[in-house]
Design a protein around this ligand. Structure first.
Ligand code: ATP
Ligand code: ZN
Length: 752
């Protein structure tokens, strides 16, 4: 349609003062469109490249877009920009970055822009915050709840109403009652200071020698505006956080902004508190749930430079920073960094790109880096900083395998769990010992719900999701059978839906809820917490429970993978893994690596405090390279072998992958379109030896949410320009019709 420049465009009206300047704005609209649309800029309208503008769009519609470029030119009969639309200006850097992401992911630029352009809700005016304070004598009728509120309100300070209710563990109604009685009174609170500045010298940590060496490298890179990437690798508990905090401190001293990406921002209260201990205040927090006024204030604070540090989920990469000086990607191996809907991007890789564009260092921190990142470090594309030991001379947990095979299969039969339990005798004994010492144990099983399969003992019927090719998972706490792919919920029936037999349904296999049941009967009187993302109470409840665990308020924790994510539980000395083999046999090329990372992380929760820890890993495959590496502690050998396998197979990072998922409500249509695409590709230069097309094949889970799915996989040499090939291919291939969707995923991380 037109050409445009993304960087270095200048407001042309400034120089051309003599003749009335005729300017054209090329505007991107945050819809699934790649093109920039041209509009005439009315004489006298002040406009900068990157400004948000209201423009006419389509018949009788208006849209808000971003000026991608401004140029002198004949507006001809172009429609005019209606007005500037306020909000942050998208800097040259941010626009370049969005262009880069669009080119890389093959997503339309408008879709990428939509991730960055979230308009604050159209509400105006300052919200008045109501505060509560003690004002009068105690109420005539005292209840435990009331006395908790009064105790929490003591000291004459002003409290937010909901904060006070939470602190006292009561409902807002209890507070209202006390206001009615005159014990408490309401008053208007001053506006909240949302972004107090972190102080780099608030509580400086004395680093150990290895930490200090790593921190020095990072400080220097920050000071030099060095746009390189670092892999900060150190075993669990080695103190990586303290090291990159020093880089944050240096960035603060330089007056620039820092972004810390974390995989699960909703659960990182502990992280935020640690930040506050070091810097005096918590950082600004970003995730998609930050909406309305908070979002508006954050945007404004970022643009003005007032917000100095953001801790956020992957989408924080797209915020309008004024002067980004550092990006940290904590737990860089986490799968949560890959967005798997809409624009398919990997936040870790895009962070490295953003660092290059903004001229700032990018720190990738992990105890279990991905093979991609390790190879980048080995080939010196990234600098490698290593913390070889746990901080303060603490030791890594001793890990042993519990062989679940019977004696006949070469195992020791007495290690098998008894009856219909899942906790083996050695693990049960270890839990007893841990309890006897007053320490904490974690029992890990990476499976939500009570049982992954429900079948009828009378007729063999298995309960399947009506919308997906997947079994329904028994969730006893919710009294329901649930599909983990689409969320379909069915009541747990008493009679089989196929043969009608009553009370013949059997739960097969364990989930965390079932382990929780077993723990309750085996270890009565012990305080147990089960952590699972699907429990009622949501993140609020999980946050509270994670804090309780860290404070030692429970004996046994039963949890899914979310307990493995970077938590620091000082009293935990035992980790038991119920089924270490889950995930090993999936068809995913990263199955072994991922399982190793997860097990290394979860066992790494043991022994982080004063006392040494240990881990017991239940498995049917004690000789599997993943389990063997875990037990021997020889991660290097495992990584070397796994890296070599990837190299031989031409898999990432030695080769490149892209997948296309073709889906439709009609199976034949999805399949036919996938075949048509494959034919179109074969008609191109598939003779190029550097490129292979696999498929079409039915996806391993062929039906999800009522859509049938077929897959094509492109595999190429590393230097091959896959994106250009796909762009040309799809441009020349038949267009999807009807409800057919084609989703391109560059460097796919999931293969189901
Ligand atoms: N220099 C230091 N001085 C005092 N305490 C420290 C220091 N470095 C680390 N620690 C403490 O050691 C523990 C582990 O540190 P940290 O959580 O930073 O490790 P990590 O490498 O990020 O671990 P993981 O990868 O398992 O999340 C924490 O309790 C931390 O406060
Ligand atoms: Zn389903």
């Amino acid at each position: 349609m037109m050409s445009f420049a993304t960087t270095g465009t200048t407001p042309i009206g400034v120089a051309a003062a003599a003749a009335p300047a005729r300017r054209v704005a090329d505007v991107i609209i945050p819809l699934a469109l790649d093109t920039a649309y041209s509009y005439a800029v009315p004489a006298g309208m002040e406009l900068l490249p990157g400004a948000q503008v209201r423009v006419p769009f389509g018949p009788r519609r208006e849209a808000i877009g971003v000026v991608w470029g401004l140029r002198a030119g004949d507006p001809g009969n172009l429609k005019q920009v209606i007005e500037p639309a306020g909000g942050p200006v998208f800097s040259d850097n941010l626009r370049s970055f969005l262009d880069w992401v669009a080119r890389w992911t093959l997503a339309p630029r408008g879709s990428v822009l939509a991730m960055a352009l979230k308009r604050p809700d159209e509400e105006r005016g300052e919200v008045i915050r109501v505060g509560i304070r003690l004002a009068g004598p105690p109420p005539k009728r005292m209840t435990p709840a009331r006395s908790r509120v009064i105790a929490a309100a003591e000291g004459g300070l002003l409290h937010g109403k909901s904060d006070l209710a939470r602190a006292a563990g009561v409902s807002a109604g209890v507070i209202d009652g006390l206001v009615d009685e005159g014990t408490l009174e309401t008053c208007v609170m001053p506006p909240e200071n949302l972004f107090p500045p972190p102080d780099p010298d608030h509580a400086v940590t004395q680093l150990g020698p290895a930490q200090e060496a790593a921190a020095r490298n990072l400080r220097e890179a920050v000071a030099a505006h060095d746009a390189g990437a670092f892999l900060l690798e150190g075993v669990t508990g080695s103190g990586k956080t303290e090291v990159y905090f020093e880089a944050v401190a240096e960035t603060l001293r330089a007056g620039r902004q820092s972004l810390i990406l974390v995989p699960e921002i909703a659960l990182t209260a502990q992280f935020l508190d640690r930040f506050a201990q070091r810097f005096g205040v918590r950082p600004a927090v970003w995730h998609s749930g930050v909406t309305g006024r908070k979002r508006e204030k954050l945007y404004a604070g970022l643009a003005s430079g007032e917000v100095r540090v953001v801790a956020g989920a992957r989408s924080a990469l797209f915020l309008p920073y004024a002067d980004l000086g550092l990006i940290v990607v904590d737990e860089e191996h986490e799968a949560a960094y890959k967005q798997e809907d809409g624009v398919h991007y990997h936040a870790r890789d895009m962070a490295v790109v953003r660092g290059r564009i903004d001229g700032c260092p990018v720190v990738l921190a992990s105890a279990t880096p991905t093979i991609e990142t390790r190879v980048n470090a080995a080939q010196e594309r990234y600098r490698h900083l290593i913390l070889p030991e746990r901080y303060g001379g603490r030791t890594l947990p001793a890990i042993t395998a519990v062989d679940l095979r019977g004696a006949k299969a070469g195992g020791k039969s007495d290690d098998k769990p008894e009856g219909d339990g899942w906790i083996s005798p050695p693990l049960a004994a270890a839990i007893e010992e841990t309890m006897a010492r007053g320490e904490q144990a974690l029992i890990f099983l990476n499976r939500r719900g009570y049982a992954p399969l429900t079948l009828c003992r009378a007729c063999g019927h298995r309960y399947e999701c009506p919308n997906c090719s997947a079994w329904l998972v028994d969730h006893r706490f919710r009294r329901a059978l649930v599909c983990h792919h689409c969320g379909h919920v069915a009541r747990r029936p008493s009679a089989c839906e196929a043969c009608g037999t009553v009370d013949a349904l059997a739960a097969c296999g364990p989930g965390v809820e079932r382990i929780a049941e077993e723990v309750a009967t085996r270890f009565p009187g012990k305080r147990a917490i089960t952590l699972s993302s699907d429990f009622p109470g949501g993140t609020e409840r999980m946050r509270r429970e994670l804090a309780d665990i860290a404070a030692g308020k429970c004996d046994i924790v039963i949890g899914t993978q979310l307990v493995a994510k970077g938590h620091n539980f000082p009293g935990m000395t035992l980790v038991g893994v119920i089924d270490a083999d889950i995930g090993l046999s999936s068809g995913d090329p990263r199955a072994a690596e991922r399982t190793f990372q997860l097990l290394q992380q979860v066992t790494g929760r043991a022994g982080r405090g004063e006392k040494a820890g240990r881990a017991l890993v239940q498995t049917y495959q004690p000789e599997h390279p993943v389990i063997a590496a875990l037990i021997s502690g020889d991660a290097e050998r495992f990584y070397a072998q796994e890296t070599e396998n990837r190299r031989l197979a031409g898999l990432p990072p030695f080769g490149r992958l892209a997948s296309l998922i073709i889906s439709s409500r009609h199976r034949e249509q999805a399949e036919a379109h996938a075949r048509a695409l494959a034919r179109a590709a074969h008609a191109m230069d598939l003779r190029d030896p550097r490129l292979t097309l696999l498929g079409p094949a039915e996806a391993p889970i062929i039906l999800i949410r009522g859509r049938y799915r077929y897959r094509l996989l492109l595999k190429s040499a590393r230097e091959f320009d896959l994106q250009s090939f796909i762009r040309d291919w799809l441009a020349g291939a038949p267009k999807p019709r009807g409800d057919i969707r084609v989703q391109v995923d560059i460097d796919p991380q999931s293969f189901f």
